[in-house]
Design a protein around this ligand. Structure first.
Ligand code: SF4
Ligand code: SF4
Length: 724
């Protein structure tokens, strides 16, 4: 359960999760799949853990980082890496030392970033077990490009696990992953789908193992020099042979001996299903709907569940398929690596049977229960006609009816509800200002990036011509500026800046005398992944001021870093001062200065700010102390109903309602009680010269006698004047 502390410095607290990590032999762990992985790491005796946050695995790292005091007692080192590449490089510790380590990130994007280090790790292989836990962000809940981590496992010869989504299996396979890694001197990847990360359950815990070599028990001497362990020619030629002549056979032996893949017989022995472990729960659901599950809840069609999807074991495939009339491979995503490998195995071993896969199931997209059911129906009907048709119809017909009914009831399509910035987000005013600049100088190219600011790609802003990766916006405008009349603008968050943008964008622009404009959203955190701190977080002005700390003058800031790099044109603006932001952006766009122009847009993440302020306000109210809450309102009499303010803001609490005035046909603007009083509404009305409808309201609780008296006098005066 996520809680919030009530101290001055307020981060999300994982107190409950940390207590779960301390469970010992025989105690029962309850929780989510991703936390079970974390516990599995400690039960395996890891010496170090690192990673870069991102859905769906953020929890693993966030919990570990907060659990540092406990992990210190075990001697486990935790590192919140600045990107996935540095996380992957951490695993180098297991090349020459018999220490176990694990790193984590979101895939496929994180694996892309990490791939150089991964190749250089896979080549020499490892001595201590090395595990890479990747959140396979694929399917309808995903937030990234749709590709498979599987491709990286194949190209680098890293073994890939895809555990059955239940907690005992997940934890067992985490422990076995280290053994597999050591038995075959190869790093192991474990892909965890979104549903696997969030599946809830329980398992019987074991004691955590304090690593033999650790910060508590340091190794006195480094190992002897061994050129053969370096990913450098000519060693790399030998490594390639080792991968396929020694490590692969060793891995296959271990997979069989340890029973990592699971096989179940079923009464319909002429058929067979080969499924990725991660799809097992969904498959059982689909089989159940088709009447293909027995009283024990097991499949009536024989199953081979691949908890290890690479490498496959040819003898295991042959053993499962032998004597069958037809086998269906259930493999999510494209291309169909597993199906192709099984086809090759069957061909080479001379087995004659019908192999199905992507001919029955879609090539791409998430395999939910309905998709699997349709594929299974096709497969079973082809080889056992009439067996499942009635059950399939009983499941599919209500779905079709519900869809048809929705079409009828909703004669019009449902209005789109795109994701949006939080209420009061400091990034919204910058895009409002950018709209105003666009109005003055015309449209220009905008390179968007990964982060909360990518919400500006939706209405009402619709900004962004490309997104090329995390921290890549400035680099991705390098080719555009040469043929653009107006300077391109690259948007980047502070998370993206430290992840990649500083080197791939800023340093490259400086080397090439780039003439673009870079806007850095300095909200103080890596907000989009869960408001994790960055290296410059302590220097975040708003946070420092809010915490009552005085500036030391030595804080690491984005501005100091840019100055040190040689950026000459650099301005910091405060986001909620929309007119100033507008003027600064316009100046950057039109300045005669040739070279990189950087606008640092500063404003603390409102989500994190509210996490800090709300408990403090609640505490003051509880103590009966004076408390002021600011919000904005719209004067309904003045509002003409043209809604320019909404088109320039998009704040969820700025909405419309029917006018009380019967002469007004258009709905008027209205601010709901969710307003956090960021001030954008007033600022934007002023900067864009809209109308004077907006006003600021201060809601005072536990006001003093003088304040109450003064309020009464004001109210009396207003009533009197209105009467007059
Ligand atoms: S998390 Fe913070 S930066 Fe992101 S949209 Fe919300 S307020 Fe804005
Ligand atoms: S002041 Fe305006 S933009 Fe800010 S939270 Fe309130 S309604 Fe939203």
């Amino acid at each position: 359960m996520r809680q919030h502390d009530s101290g001055a410095h307020l981060e999300v607290s994982f107190h409950h999760e940390i207590e779960s990590l301390k469970l010992g032999q025989g105690e029962v762990f309850h929780g989510e799949g991703i936390l079970a992985v974390t516990k599995g790491l400690l039960q395996s005796g890891v010496s170090y853990v690192g990673g870069y946050q991102g859905s769906p695995i953020s929890h693993l790292l966030d919990v570990m980082v907060q659990a540092r005091p406990y992990l210190d007692t075990l001697g486990v080192h935790v590192e919140a890496c600045t990107n996935e590449s540095s996380a992957a490089a951490m695993l180098a510790a297991s090349i020459m030392y018999p220490v176990r380590g694990a790193v984590t990130w979101k895939s496929v994007v994180g694996t892309n970033v990490a791939s150089d280090a991964l190749s250089n790790l896979a080549s020499p292989g490892v001595m201590g077990g090395a595990l890479i836990v990747v959140g396979e962000d694929y399917g309808e809940g995903a937030s990234v490009i749709q590709e498979r981590t599987h491709a990286f496992a194949l190209k680098s010869a890293l073994w890939l696990m895809d555990p059955r989504p239940n907690l005992p299996s997940i934890v067992h396979l985490v422990e076995k992953a280290f053994e597999l890694s050591e038995a075959s001197n190869t790093p192991v990847m474990m892909e965890l789908r979104i549903r696997t990360c969030h599946v809830k359950g329980s398992f019987v815990a074991k004691d955590n193992i304090a690593p033999a070599i650790s910060s508590v028990h340091p190794q006195q001497e480094p190992p002897a020099f061994s050129y053969a362990r370096l990913a450098h020619p000519p060693s790399t030629f030998q490594h390639e042979k080792l991968k396929y002549e020694a490590r692969l056979p060793a891995a296959r032996r271990f997979i069989v001996d340890a029973g990592l893949n699971e096989q179940w017989d079923g009464e319909l022995g002429h058929l067979g299903l080969v499924v990725q472990g991660g799809l097992y729960n969904t498959l059982l659901r689909a089989l159940g709907e088709l009447g293909l599950v027995d009283a024990q809840g097991l499949s009536r069609i024989p199953l081979l569940v691949l908890n290890v999807v690479y490498p496959l074991v040819p003898e295991q495939i042959e053993g499962f398929c032998a004597g069958k009339q037809a086998v269906l491979v259930l493999e999510e995503g494209q291309p169909e690596f597993i199906e192709q490998e099984i086809a090759t195995t069957l061909q080479r071993r001379g087995l004659q049977l019908a192999l199905h896969g992507k001919d029955c199931l879609p090539m791409g997209g998430e395999y939910n229960a309905e998709v699997l059911l349709r594929g299974l129906r096709q497969f079973v009907e082809r080889h056992d006609a009439g067996r499942v048709a009635p059950q399939a119809e009983a499941y599919l017909q209500p779905l079709a009816d519900a869809r048809a009914q929705a079409q009828t009831v909703l004669a019009q399509p449902v209005p789109a509800r795109p994701p949006n910035f939080c209420t009061g987000c400091p990034e919204r005013p910058v895009f409002a200002a950018l709209k105003l600049v666009e109005r003055e100088i015309g449209r220009f190219h905008i390179s968007a990036d990964i982060g909360c600011h990518s919400f500006a790609t939706f209405e009402p802003f619709s900004f962004g011509h490309s997104i090329l990766g995390y921290g890549m916006s400035l680099a991705s405008s390098a080719g555009v500026k040469n043929f653009s009349v107006r300077r391109p603008v690259a948007i980047m968050g502070d998370g993206g800046f430290w992840h990649n943008g500083l080197l791939s964008g800023v340093s490259s622009a400086l080397l090439n005398q780039g003439d673009g404009v870079l806007v850095i959203m300095k909200n103080g955190y890596t907000s989009a992944t869960g408001t994790q701190e960055t290296v410059s977080t302590p220097g975040s002005e708003s946070k420092r001021v809010a915490e009552g700390r005085s500036a030391t003058g030595t804080e690491l800031t984005i501005e100091r870093t840019l100055q040190g790099m040689g950026v000459q044109w650099l301005k910091t603006v405060h986001n909620y001062h929309v007119a100033t932001v507008r003027d600064t952006l316009k100046e950057a766009m039109t300045s005669p200065y040739k070279g990189l122009k950087v606008v640092v847009a500063e404003g603390e993440c409102q989500l994190e700010r509210q996490r800090r302020l709300r408990p403090l306000r609640a505490q003051r109210l509880k103590q009966g102390l004076r408390s002021v809450r600011t919000r904005y309102g719209v004067d309904e009499d003045t509002c003409t109903g043209d809604h320019s303010c909404i088109r320039l803001s998009g704040c969820p609490t700025l909405t419309v309602r029917d006018a009380k005035d019967p002469l007004k046909t258009a709905p008027v603007a209205h601010v709901t009680n969710g307003c956090v009083g960021c001030g954008l509404s007033g600022e934007v009305a002023d900067a864009a010269v809209l109308c004077p409808s907006f006003h600021k309201i201060e809601i005072v609780t536990h006001a003093g006698w003088w304040e109450r008296l003064s309020a009464r006098l004001h109210a009396w005066a207003i009533r009197t004047l209105q009467g007059a």
